[in-house]
Write a protein that binds this ligand. Structure first.
Ligand code: ADP
Ligand code: MG
Length: 640
């Protein structure tokens, strides 16, 4: 194309009179918001079936729904005299007056779906109410509706939608391949089906059965039937029924172990009163709950079902009803975060051997927190109690004191002792006085008594538990231990720091130094004191004792902080930033791969594994331990 002159902006409206649009065009415009693709039709038709009290819903697709979407139900049906109205815009049986908008308990209420769909596709409705002698049907497409004719068929309604966008070719072009559209339709059915476990759903595509979900399932059965039975042992139950009855909200769900996290958020299903929604508040709460358990940029698998009195939420904010507005958004955030966190903390999250392949997932996890307290089977201490103890210093059950824990934590936080000269390396050599001796109080013994412990390649610790063999990454686990300890001390405000006799000088760009100055309060709490020392340099005045003890160089550490401070998301006060700095400290303070550990140190490390929150994963979210269960070993040896 050659050079062109300036674009001439046509002004089509100029001088033309304002007109009222013909009804067909009005409906097509409405359809633009409501009907994006076949999956939108599927969703609207299933909404209607469920609102009509169906116990079984059958969905048939052809060419991914582009040629045909047909939804049949056994619900209340539509009377012959109402069929034409059902297809009229802004006609609904679900609300009557303005106040009704504040207490919507049906999935539909806008009275727009059928009219919109009929304006861009060929629709046939066949329906029969229980009182009627027979069924009736009506056809509609474009602006043509009716007439109503007698037909035969069972009580209930069947809506067939053919040739989507036949009269709006521009929109038809936006459709993807039948395969892709089919995928979206299946997803829509799966989502809706999870919200109504009691209702049976069947879905076929081009005659092929895709889904068959029986009537009368429990919520857990339904979730697993939809996500895949093989995930059963990988999912943890989230239950916050008791939390906020007063405020009219309940939460039930199932969330995946960290290993089930995916690269997209497709495996997150959020339902509000049975309505699938997208919601950033809830997604954020989920991300928070998994922080440090999965790697950044990955999304946990989760099904969360919220029940809320209709007054607590506005569902009239999105034409396709895919988003809602909560009256008390932060309450929703708190409840989701708390409940998911609790489910994760109550579970043994040790990564199974190759969890990707079925049969290699962790078996019979020693999952659940015993109700009141006490020691879980196998003698391990529920992580939450330990953390509570650390955080509050208050002895739990009069037995577990902060001092006990500190004593247990200290030994492997020993001075920098890389493999070499001053590492006490003769196995069984007596522990340094006052350091090891995590000689626990009754009930705090090592979780699996006579376990052998072996350090291999000075990097991994191999041991056993009730279920099989556990391989621990010593650096990853110790990093988590140090992280939790630092965090606990930070909360208590007793992170000791030491003044440097002469400040250590670090160079940085003016921008970096400004950023670091903003972080001053945070660094201060961590025991790091830095001050500008002329243009382009900083002096480190004080540094955390624990890092000194581990032989960490203040200059190298602060330089690393400066590099991190360059990033945009590194903002003072952000939980994420605190997490990262603590993690940098934990990483430096932790034993390294290659460090030889004494037997008592290995023991202490394993005891801590049982007692520290989120010990299954390092602060970056990678696993600290991998378990090979006895059944897996038997299978590998061909014994079963
Ligand atoms: P809305 O669902 O918002 O009311 P729709 O356009 O989806 O609007 O449906 C219009 C009306 O048609 C509904 O209010 C309902 O009375 C009736 N209707 C639609 N589908 C069904 C169905 N499957 N069973 C019984 N009634 C239905
Ligand atoms: Mg509807």
């Amino acid at each position: 194309m050659g050079p062109r002159g300036p674009i001439e902006w046509a002004v089509p409206g100029a001088g033309t009179p304002i007109r009222i649009l013909p009804p067909l065009l009005v409906n097509q415009i409405a359809a633009g918001e409501v009907v994006e693709r076949p999956a939108s039709v599927v969703r609207e038709l299933i909404d209607n079936a469920l609102d009509a009290g169906a116990t079984r819903v059958v969905v048939e697709l052809e060419a991914g729904g582009i040629e045909l979407v047909r939804v049949s139900d056994d619900g209340a049906g539509i009377g012959a005299d109402q069929l034409e109205l059902a297809l009229s815009p802004h006609a609904t049986s679900k609300i009557e007056r303005t106040e009704d908008l504040d207490r919507i308990s049906t999935l539909g209420f806008r009275g727009e779906a059928l009219a919109s769909i009929a304006s861009v596709a060929r629709v046939r409705i066949r329906s029969r109410t229980p009182e009627a002698d027979g069924a009736s049907r009506i056809d509609a497409h474009g602006s043509r509706i009716g007439p109503v004719r007698p037909d035969s068929g069972p009580v209930g309604t069947q809506v067939s939608v053919r040739n989507l966008f036949f009269n709006t070719p521009a929109r038809r072009k936006f459709l993807r391949t039948p395969r892709t559209e089919e995928g979206h339709c299946v997803e829509a059915v799966r989502n809706l089906a999870m919200g109504r476990p009691g209702v049976g759903f069947a879905l076929s595509a081009d005659g092929r059965g895709v889904l068959d979900l029986p009537v009368g399932q429990s919520p857990a059965q339904r979730v697993l039937a939809v996500l895949g039975e093989e995930l059963g042992e990988q999912m943890l139950v989230v239950n916050a029924d008791e939390f906020d009855d007063a405020r009219g909200m309940a939460l039930w769900g199932m969330v995946g172990r960290p290993a089930l996290a995916r690269a997209t958020n497709k495996a997150q299903h959020i339902l509000l009163n049975g309505r699938p929604i997208r919601d950033r508040t809830i997604q954020h709460a989920l991300r928070e709950a998994y922080r440090g358990l999965i790697e950044p940029g990955r999304y946990p698998t989760a099904v969360l079902m919220l029940e809320m009195s209709p007054g607590g939420v506005d569902v009239n904010v999105h034409p396709a009803k895919a988003e809602v507005r909560f009256r008390d958004q932060s309450l929703v955030h708190t409840i989701v975060l708390r409940a998911v966190r609790e489910a994760l903390q109550g579970a043994d999250l040790t990564t199974g051997f190759d969890p990707g392949r079925s049969g290699f997932a962790p078996r019979s996890p020693t999952a659940v927190l015993p109700g009141g307290g006490g020691v879980a089977p196998g003698g391990s201490i529920p992580a939450q109690r330990v953390v509570d103890a650390v955080r509050s210093i208050a002895p739990v059950g009069g037995e577990l004191s902060y001092e006990t824990l500190r004593a247990a934590l200290e030994p492997i936080g020993r001075g920098a002792a890389p493999s070499g000269a001053d590492a006490p390396d003769s196995p069984g050599s007596p522990p340094e006085p006052g350091r090891i001796e995590p000689k626990p109080e009754p009930g705090l013994e090592a979780p699996f008594p006579e376990r052998g412990v072996l350090q291999v390649h000075n990097s991994y610790v191999v041991t056993q538990d009730e279920q099989g063999v556990v391989i621990v990454d010593q650096h990853a686990l110790h990093e988590r231990v140090m992280f939790e300890m630092l965090r606990a001390r930070l909360d208590r405000g007793d992170l000791e720091s030491q003044r440097l006799i002469t400040p250590a000088v670090v160079e940085g760009t003016a921008g970096q130094i400004d950023r670091l100055a903003e972080l001053e309060p945070l660094l201060g709490r961590l025991g790091i004191r830095v001050e500008p020392m002329g243009p382009g340099s900083l002096g480190v005045q004080a540094f955390p004792t624990i890092l000194f003890d581990r032989g960490v160089d203040p200059v190298a550490f602060v330089r690393e902080l400066l590099d991190a401070a360059d990033r945009d998301d590194f903002t003072p006060g952000a939980e994420q930033t605190l997490h990262e700095v603590l993690d940098m400290m934990a990483c430096k303070a932790a034993v390294k791969a290659g460090d030889r550990l004494t037997d008592p140190e290995l023991e202490a490390l394993l005891v801590l594994r049982e007692r520290v929150e989120r010990s299954s994963n390092c602060p970056h979210g990678r696993p600290t331990s991998i378990r090979l269960t006895i059944p897996q070993i038997e299978r590998l040896f061909g014994r079963t």
